[in-house]
Design a protein around this ligand. Structure first.
Ligand SMILES: C[S@@+](CC[C@H](N)C(=O)[O-])C[C@H]1O[C@@H](n2cnc3c(N)ncnc32)[C@H](O)[C@@H]1O
Length: 276
């Protein structure tokens, strides 16, 4: 078997940018095929709004752009952007931090909610995924590759040990499914861990929810994950004058963070969120 090596003309990968490049063509083809199939199954087409996060040297991008010529790719490393612009002149590449993307603007620019694809940098996986739910109406569907442990946190059932802020927030706005695992040998440099591909179907909230406020409250809840929420959140909500919005019912909950499901207490979250 051939040992994965740095693709020709490429730069030295930067660990802090989570640069672990896909170098196995079979894995690349499998990921692109499953994304294309998912887009078409959801009524998308070659003209749909497709966004790739962290294209790197374009392993996935070169196949994706022939299927989705209007796609946009967002990459923070100028060295990679330069290579992409040279290799794929028709591709729209933006030199930008994916965490600073304005998804609502993208929705308008691209003419509809995005289909997102990406082999995410492991160092910012959680933030990148949370940034998707911060504007849930702008995203239609996402297929992401993450470390297996992150995938487990994404899909963790309520009450399990992996249940976390990420699980609550993603599961509140999307239906998640883990598709398949990808071994370290598919990458250069090889990571120490196994990766997993997960898909997310976004359900668009019917009411205006300030997801930023919601996220803060959920984060606060998980600071003491085993404490009843009415105790662990009391000071936090009091300080922010959010207390009375939740009404007494919020504090009658004996729930702890690990039992928190946003739909289950939707009315209270809406009340809290609406003042954000
Ligand atoms: C795991 S690599 C994947 C590269 C390529 N898609 C592949 O599969 O070979 C993650 C990519 O995200 C880029 N990246 C890291 N942090 C980023 C950020 N904040 N915004 C945009 N891109 C970022 C890295 O430079 C790198 O190219």
């Amino acid at each position: 078997a051939s040992v994965p090596k740095l693709p020709a003309r490429s730069h030295r990968p930067k660990q802090q940018l989570g640069q672990s490049y896909l170098s196995d063509p079979n894995t690349v083809a499998k990921i692109v095929r499953s994304f294309e199939k998912a887009v078409h199954e959801r009524g998308g087409s070659s003209t749909s709004a497709v966004l790739e996060l962290g294209p790197g040297l374009g392993a996935l991008t070169q196949l994706l752009v022939s299927s989705f010529p209007r796609m946009v790719a967002v990459e923070v490393d100028p060295r990679a952007v330069e290579i992409l612009r040279k290799d794929l002149p028709k591709l729209e590449v933006r030199l930008q931090n994916m965490l600073k993307l304005n998804y609502s603007e993208l929705l308008l620019e691209m003419g509809g909610p995005c289909f997102v694809v990406g082999n995410l940098p492991y160092s910012i996986t959680t933030e990148a995924l949370l940034s998707l739910v911060l504007s849930p109406r702008s995203i239609r569907f996402a297929q992401v590759m993450v470390q297996k442990e992150a995938a487990e946190r994404m899909v963790a059932p309520v009450g399990s040990k992996d249940y976390s802020v990420l699980s609550v927030m993603l599961q509140a706005f999307a239906r998640l499914r883990q598709l398949y695992l990808v071994p370290p040998t598919a990458f250069y440099p090889q990571p120490k861990v196994v990766s997993a591909v997960v898909e997310l179907d976004f359900d668009h909230p019917t009411t205006e929810v300030d997801v930023g406020v919601l996220l803060d409250v959920v984060k606060e809840s998980f600071r003491q994950r085993k404490r009843a929420l009415r105790h662990s959140l009391k000071g936090y909500l009091q300080k922010r004058r959010l207390l009375h919005f939740g009404g007494h019912s919020f504090f009658s909950l004996r729930l702890e963070a690990t039992a928190l499901r946003l739909e289950a207490i939707a009315s209270r979250w809406e009340a809290i969120a609406s003042i954000g």
